[in-house]
Write a new protein. Structure first.
Ligand code: ZN
Length: 64
């Protein structure tokens, strides 16, 4: 069962529209937004890991 990300209202699996029939939220936009946020979090975590590894290298720290 699909759910509206905004109002958590139930959406029929046979409903292929892009607007929630309960609150009118644009479902395409919400799903897209969610994905973007997940990608951003993943990228930030990856960057943090790389920084930690690089800071362990003394020659890298001297350059900064
Ligand atoms: Zn809704």
């Amino acid at each position: 069962m699909r759910k509206c990300p905004k109002c958590a209202g139930r959406l029929s699996p046979l409903f292929f529209g892009t607007e929630c029939k309960h609150c009118g939220a644009d479902l395409m936009y919400y799903h897209f937004d969610e994905r973007l946020e997940q990608d951003a979090q993943k990228a930030a975590a990856q960057e943090e890991k790389v920084k930690r590894v690089l800071n362990k290298l003394p020659f890298y720290r001297k350059k900064q």
